[in-house]
Design a protein around this ligand. Structure first.
Ligand SMILES: Cc1ncc(COP(=O)(O)O)c(C=O)c1O
Length: 402
């Protein structure tokens, strides 16, 4: 049988390769400065504390090698509930929390139990490409709503809800990927109000909120909801950005009925997240390493963010504009004067610097802004950030000279 006869499911008939993955081949070239990846910096992982946690768990290894509970190891569920409660999102570890393979799996499970072909789901425009994928794979239709410097536009959102009657909406309220934007407390409350008014499940994806470098902390949207209102919110978070993505540990805090259905979906997906890594992560958190390490992450990433922003302002001559993010890992920049990020990319690669052109993040090609680009400051030290921005500005010079 030729592959042409294979009857793939509709979402996989012509799946595009992630443009970010394609870029990584350039990003990994020796000498290239990469602002392309969205990864935390390997050199900032708390390896000693993870090793210690791992050794403690090794001393009772046999107990970690069996299949685990689908909802997660009790110690890790407790730890995730504590982390959530520390942000203002109270959760019962036994009836509301599921430990997942990263927050990506949590989103995918919620998508599976909520959406099917023909359903509609609201996403931020631009949004994280794997959010787009997880939702699209259910056959649901994505309704993009503009997310600007201060997060999702509420008027446009309400209009889209009225017009499309979506079942669900997904937002990153703090330091979004890619836009870096953060919703104010007031907008969070209004967004919650819209979810309740129109009975749309609000999925709050919150992998970055612990990484705040400036401004006043704002609690997650879920923290503004009372017990009844929480029936309309699923809160997702992760250890990927603040401990290590290789653990593949994220979690959801969901209303009990939705959680029960997500457990069934997770049984079909992977039976359980590795008990071994859950125990290591739970031990790391129990020992206090999470909170003792966080300030140094905030200091280093905050400094890198500052360096990237000030270098762009100083060197680009107004040809690259941006709103400085208050946290997270990304500067979402805009080329002025009709310049296009895709046109700049090849010159940038020639100058040995890479970024992700904004078109990778728009769910609807007709609603793209071709001038945008995502620059991550997380995994590049400050000296290289300075060098990388200099190279990028040289690439803009070359683009302008054409
Ligand atoms: C907005 C957003 N959601 C989810 C994820 C996935 O995180 P995890 O490693 O927990 O699956 C990422 C990772 O980059 C992200 O940026």
């Amino acid at each position: 049988m030729s592959s042409g006869e294979m009857q793939y499911a509709p979402p996989f008939l012509n799946p595009a390769l992630s443009p970010i993955r394609v870029l990584l081949s350039y990003a990994n070239r020796p000498g290239t400065v990469s602002f392309a990846g969205g990864h935390p910096d390997v050199s900032l992982f708390n390896v000693d504390a993870l090793r210690e946690a791992s050794e403690i768990v090794s001393s009772r290894l046999a107990g970690c090698l069996q299949y685990g509970e689908t909802g997660g190891q009790p110690a890790m569920r407790e730890a995730a509930a504590n982390l959530s409660a520390g942000r203002g999102v109270k959760a019962d570890p036994s009836s509301e929390v599921i430990i997942t393979g990263g927050s990506q799996q949590a989103l995918s499970l919620v998508a599976q139990v909520m959406l099917t072909v023909g359903d509609k789901v609201i996403v931020e425009n631009p949004c994280f490409p794997s959010t787009d994928q997880a939702l699209r794979h259910t056959g649901a239709q994505l309704i993009p709503v503009t997310s600007g410097a201060s997060g999702i536009e509420l008027e446009e959102l309400e209009e889209a809800i009225r017009q499309h009657r979506p079942k669900m909406m997904c937002v990153v309220a703090s330091f979004s990927n890619p836009s870096g934007s953060t919703l104010s407390a007031e907008k969070r409350k209004k967004l919650l109000g819209l979810a309740l008014k129109y009975k749309v499940l609000l999925v709050e994806d919150d992998p970055y909120s612990d990484l705040r470098y400036a401004g006043e902390p704002v609690p997650p949207i879920a923290a503004f909801a009372d017990e009844e209102e929480r029936n309309w919110i699923v809160y997702l978070s992760s250890l990927s950005k603040t401990v290590a993505p290789a653990l593949r540990i994220g979690w959801m805090v969901a209303p009990a009925e939705l959680r029960r259905r997500c457990l069934v979906a997770k049984q079909a997906d992977d039976l359980s997240t590795s008990p071994w890594t859950q125990e290591i992560a739970a031990e790391y958190l129990r020992a206090g390493a999470f909170h003792s390490h966080l300030p140094s992450l905030i200091k280093t990433y905050g400094h890198r963010c500052e360096t990237m922003c000030s270098m762009i302002t100083e060197l680009s001559g107004g040809r690259l504009t941006f709103t400085k993010p208050e946290g997270g890992m990304f500067v979402w920049a805009r080329l002025t004067g009709g310049r296009k990020a895709q046109d700049l990319l090849q010159h940038a690669i020639d100058q040995e610097v890479v970024f992700v052109p904004g078109n990778a993040f728009y769910p609807d090609p007709s609603k793209q802004d071709p001038s945008t680009l995502r620059m991550s400051f997380a995994s590049v030290n400050s000296d290289l950030i300075i060098e990388g921005v200099k190279r990028l500005v040289k690439a803009i010079d070359i683009l302008d000279a054409q």
